[in-house]
Write a protein that binds this ligand. Sequence first.
Ligand SMILES: [Zn+2]
Length: 398
Amino acid sequence: MRTLLLLLLLAVVCLFGWMIAKSQSDQDAPIVTASVYYLGNTIEAFDSNAWRLPSTDAFTFRLQSNEATEFSLNYGGETLKKVSRKFDVPLKALIGQNTIEVLAEDRNGNQESYSYSLAGLPAVMPLIQTPADVIPGDAFSINIASPPALYGVDSSSVEAKLLGKDLTLFDNTLASPPQISALAVLPLGTGSGEYPIEITMTDVFGRVTKAEQVVRLLTTTQTLQNIDLPADLLSIRNLENQLLEADVVSRAIESSPHKATPLWTEAFIRPIEGATSSGFGIPRQYGAGGEISFHTGTDIVAPEGTAIRATNDGVVMVSGYYPIKGGFIMIDHGASVQSLYFHQTEGLLVREGMRVKRGDLIGKVGSTGLSTGPHLHWEIRINNQPTEASNWVDKTLP
Ligand SMILES: [Zn+2]
């Protein structure tokens, strides 16, 4: 009986001893976390255990373990070792997708391997596509190939200049594959020659690359059109009225909330059927000796009351009666594109702020304002700069 008790006690002691021993012997591999430091800052992983860095630049790869660890790190064929809880490894970002393989082993021989992915990105040049030749007033697209998503570049990281002015860039989802685009025009009256488009792109690391593309402007001589108007009609075209109307248009364009977003997805249409009585870009003189101006739109003749349709989707930005333009509607198509419709009859059919779809009825042909007979003066502008509207018809982008 006594022996049995002693044996039982011994068994209990052994069990406790084994349990204590087991709790002390470490069977868990080191738990390692990694972080990346570049120019003194932590770089956030863009994916789990994946980072991007400017290639050939130096960075620090930091490994931290929950216990004393023998680290063995392999990157680009080189192996680096250290025994510690923390291992700061100075490295240089290799070009392309590479992995950092890490083997972590504790004193008791417990091992765990880790794999990290590192994209070393060389600076990328903007790839620009434009037409080689244009004529004054012809709208054209400037397309910049989107660099891989890793560069974090979109339309907000690109600047484009033509004639010293900033162009509006937008993320062009109308193109496939998507591009960064701008719409441009060399205005009527611009002399022939070569005009550079300057592109500046800033990537996610703040690296700036610049590129330039030249477009050649070809000009033709056009016959001056003399316009004889009765004095009372011509008096409408005074400086005060011109400034008033220009101000209404430019204010509306400046306050557009859709400057960098196309609101359309399909091709542009002609707003009415009919013969063109006066084409775009024709130099005009109101009375002998008067100043020469260009016709900024296309005049289409149609009977009074003919339905006028929106040339594409957009938002009505101006709807009202003005001395020269008469019954006037301007539609904001986004991406700094506007369409304008002059001389409409009483009863404009859309109000400011209304959304319109391509082909929607917006008004009716009339002869209000500076007009001698029923017709529609139709324009498409890029950032308030008149363009040849007919060139947009049947195209999603010029
Ligand atoms: Zn006109």
